[in-house]
Design a protein around this ligand. Sequence first.
Ligand SMILES: [Zn+2]
Length: 167
Amino acid sequence: MTAHTQEASIQDLKRAWMEEAISLATNSVMNGGGPFGALVAKDGQVVALGNNQVTATLDPTAHAEVTALRAACKELDTFSLEGCVLITSCEPCPMCLSSALWARVDGIVYSADRHDAAVAGFDDRKFYDLFDKKPQSSWPTRIEHLDLPNRTAPFDAWLAKSDRIDY
Ligand SMILES: [Zn+2]
């Protein structure tokens, strides 16, 4: 296979996976969930799927991407998704973007963006704007720095633990 046709087939795969993520998202709406779907793929294969389950599971963190990342880690029996790609029907919100960074995925592919989500009444763009433009003092959630003398004790214990599992 030439590099050119290889690249073309990777793009075909990504398109097929995105179609699947969009179907997941649309079906999620039919099943009473939020309009978001995601999947994790590795080596050309789908590893795990996820759809938005916030209202169904009373879990504000159960976004499609987080759900897919958790399922993929279970499936692969690891906390690192190096070598994986996250395909999501909509641009990840800041939480999902951070989750994907923590999971160490190789890449993220999205279709709808934060502006499309805003039109549908979702706060993704609003939260990006908070991070990008607004000082924390003006955020709707108050964030307080309470500086105790032993604040680094957990990190001291961590650094002193020779058999720790770094992540
Ligand atoms: Zn999210």
